[in-house]
Design a protein around this ligand. Structure first.
Ligand code: AP5
Length: 224
């Protein structure tokens, strides 16, 4: 079972690359942000708890996230015997979450195999986030500057309406970015010290970033 992480600032392109990687490597895409947004939409207890943190651009408390991830892993492993591994997107986000994940995986005689760090500067991510639009039905990602849909406001794939994420407003984005610097950046060192970190330059086009990731993975794991 392969355990691969995607690290990077808000808007670095984690979700965009996860879509490509999960298809190529047949991994289960576990995005804590997507799970939380779904819970908020459905109004579950988890969603109600998470919403106030997400609206402020702060992190949802570690224990809530760790319990949620554990449950998803257990359910997925039980249901799908052909599973090749997990692609964690937006998780872990603190040292405590990273240590929690290490323990969870150790219980299953597994470990984090690689942490891919998508490096992008602040101005680029702020522009990307301000242009992001998401499909309300299939979740496909668009960008009014970099990848506009053929028909404004409508998903090319399924024809549903596109929306702007609630936490993509300027004030919340700045908080998300500061939270990232304070809480998540230390993970770069954490995985570097364990020799798990792979850096990729995230400013190029999505296809170019993807090719870089595949080339770097191939050098390490012989993955094509
Ligand atoms: P989450 O959903 O994880 O948001 P995030 O980390 O802020 O990341 P984003 O989804 O904004 O960006 P991305 O890197 O996926 O970029 P994308 O591919 O979409 O978390 C949201 C909130 O949930 C958090 O603030 C927190 O409150 C909570 N949360 C989640 N996980 C948590 C955890 N583990 N612990 C505690 N709290 C947690 O791309 C962005 C845009 O740019 C798109 O429009 C895309 O089309 C475009 N784009 C992407 N790549 C390129 C490129 N190479 N060139 C041009 N445009 C590009």
């Amino acid at each position: 079972m392969l355990n691969m992480l995607l690290l990077g600032a808000p808007g670095a392109g984690k979700g965009t690359q996860a879509e490509r990687l999960k298809k190529r490597l047949k991994l289960y895409h576990l995005s804590t942000g997507d799970i939380l947004r779904d819970a908020v939409k459905k109004g579950t207890t988890l969603g109600k708890k998470a919403k106030e943190f997400m609206d402020r651009g702060e992190l949802v408390p570690d224990q809530i996230i760790l319990d949620m991830v554990k449950e998803v892993i257990e359910q997925k492993v039980k249901k799908d015997s052909s599973l090749q591994g997990f692609l964690y997107d937006g998780f872990p986000r603190t040292i405590h979450q990273a240590e929690g994940l290490d323990l969870m995986l150790a219980d299953r005689k597994e470990q984090v195999d690689v942490a891919i760090y998508i490096e992008v500067d602040r101005d680029t991510v702020l522009k990307r986030i301000s242009g992001r639009r998401t499909c309300s039905s299939c979740g496909a990602l668009y960008n009014v500057y970099f990848k506009p849909p053929e028909k404004e406001g409508i998903c090319d794939i399924c024809g549903a309406e596109l929306y702007t994420r609630e936490d993509d407003n300027k004030k919340t984005v700045i908080n998300r970015f500061d939270t990232y610097i304070k809480n998540t950046m230390p993970l770069i060192r954490y995985y570097e010290e364990k020799d798990k970190l792979m850096r990729v330059e995230g400013k190029s086009t999505p296809d170019e970033v993807f090719e870089q990731i595949i080339k770097t993975l191939d050098k390490r794991f012989n993955i094509k």
